[in-house]
Design a protein around this ligand. Structure first.
Ligand SMILES: *Cc1c(COP(=O)(O)O)cnc(C)c1O
Length: 477
């Protein structure tokens, strides 16, 4: 903590201190400092333990156990204010019974890892506690967002980074934006008149694509039956000829093909759809092309791997989740749009209490009306900070990461012939808390482990550990 006495944590008794003693209370400064230093101690201890292989990934309890209450830790909301001592215990125990997603042996999700600079960014963001809707109250963050989005568009390959975009609460929402904007581009009157102003619109996506595309078609009133699934090859990539055949078929039926989603890094196989070939078809039939790079978008930062997304610059919109492969703390997802003005046109409502046109500054920086949200969390700062801390030129932000689930399914799936094996092993794995990996069936394949490695803390030995652990746990089955 350094030598400055002001920042020394003293052995404090928090049992007689309450929230009302903290700032803005009179003389609240001292208890506030002591309390926050204690919290920081808890958090930094957690960070240390996260990277310690002798600790468990999780201390699993069933919902009823946690609901009944653990020793000293009760989820019930109390009638009376609790002392700060209890509040600190609650902080400690909340972390204790949670899952260490940054642990080197956590492989359960596409978003893993605990980036220290990103964490610092998130702490600062919470401290600033502002809202992204206007420049008025988030001047620095709004500019950071504009600048970073432009950089991302340059990396996508749009001339001079032209275009538009916004950070959204995750890839599913970013994908939903893409469908909305596509519809607005071709049928702007839907904004005011609703779906009766449009013909029957058809969307196309891979059978391996993320379910959020389907969710978007339901939520936006297009209907899940109007989402056509495309066949994939043996590595899980869309077969372009199948797209063209289905586009022609839809047109013959009198429907209007509106939107094609190409996935750059599918959620299960890590497959990259052939964007150029899909773009040819979209151009031929005048269809919006979206690239869902929620997972694989991070590879655009890599000179070595960005070819997997070649043709991405031909997309009309791109989803890119820095909170996945790039290890930015949750949440951080961007929707990038090639044509400027569509986001604004599609979503703006010009609320008079927020977006007054007669402010003293350039109100084009009041970007909040482009969003479907009103208030919007500051997701940009941690990302901007990490970018600054790690890359001077556009190279490879996740250089040290063993990125991606590769494109060959056999490399990452431990395929078992019996569907019950993987869930059984996973259950034992969670009870023992030593490691975590996801499982699922896919098409004809029964449950297999979806082995995704994007945690920068993981080494080869952790992967060996996981495999040995699967073997050990499965021994008695
Ligand atoms: C994870 C993922 C999404 C959804 O992103 P969230 O941030 O979880 O909403 C969408 N598409 C793909 C390909 C993904 O891997």
């Amino acid at each position: 903590m350094g030598g400055d006495a002001r920042f020394k944590r003293s052995e404090n008794d928090f049992s007689n201190l309450f929230a009302r003693d903290l700032l803005p209370a009179k003389n609240g400064e001292e208890p506030t400092m002591q309390f926050l230093l204690e919290v920081v101690e808890i958090l930094t201890n957690y960070v240390k333990k996260t990277f310690d292989r002798s600790t468990k990934v999780l201390d699993f309890h069933h919902p009823h156990q946690l609901l009944e209450g653990m020793e000293g830790f009760n989820l019930e909301l109390s009638e009376q204010p609790e002392s700060l001592e209890q509040i600190l215990v609650d902080c400690r125990d909340t972390l204790k019974y949670g899952v260490r997603t940054g642990h080197p042996r956590f492989f359960n999700q596409l978003s893993t890892g605990l980036d220290i600079v990103g964490l610092a960014g998130e702490w600062l963001t919470s401290t600033a506690n502002t809202n992204m809707f206007t420049y008025e109250i988030a001047p620095v963050f709004v500019l950071m967002e504009q600048l970073t989005l432009k950089k991302m568009r340059e990396i996508v390959g749009w001339p001079d980074g032209e275009g538009d975009g916004i950070f959204s609460p995750g890839g599913a929402i970013s994908n939903m934006y893409s469908v909305m904007i596509a519809r607005y581009k071709f049928f702007p009157e839907v904004k005011t008149k609703g779906m009766t102003a449009a013909p029957r619109l058809i969307l196309f996506t891979s059978e391996h694509s993320h379910y959020s595309i389907k969710k978007a078609s339901a939520a936006l009133g297009l209907g899940t039956e109007n989402l056509i699934l495309l066949k994939t090859d043996e590595r899980g990539r869309v077969i372009p000829a199948d797209l063209e055949a289905k586009v022609i078929e839809a047109k013959q039926k009198g429907s209007v093909p509106l939107f094609v989603n190409a996935t750059a890094g599918t959620t299960v196989y890590g497959a990259f759809d052939p964007i150029n070939e899909i773009a040819d078809i979209c151009e031929k039939y005048n269809i919006w092309l979206h690239v869902d790079g929620a997972w694989g978008g991070g590879l655009l930062m890599s000179r070595k791997h960005r070819h997997k997304l070649s043709g991405v610059e031909r997309a009309n919109s791109v989803t890119w989740n820095p909170h996945k492969m790039m290890g930015v703390p949750l949440q951080c997802s961007a929707i990038l749009v090639r044509e400027r003005g569509l986001l604004q046109g599609c979503n703006s409502m010009c609320a008079g209490y927020l977006f007054q046109p007669d402010k003293q500054y350039d109100v084009t920086y009041d970007t909040g009306d482009k969003a479907i949200q009103c208030g919007r969390h500051v997701d940009i700062f941690k990302f901007w900070l990490m970018w600054k801390a790690k890359v001077c030129t556009i190279t490879f932000l996740c250089k040290h990461q063993l990125c991606t689930n590769t494109t060959a399914p056999s490399c990452f799936c431990t395929v078992h012939s019996i569907p019950k094996v993987a869930p059984k092993i996973k259950a034992m794995m969670m009870e023992s808390g030593t490691t975590m990996v996801g499982y699922q069936p896919q098409g004809e394949k029964v449950n297999f482990f979806r082995m995704v490695i994007s945690n920068p803390a993981a080494t080869m030995s952790d992967i060996d550990f996981l495999i040995e652990e699967i073997e050990r746990l499965g021994q008695d089955l």
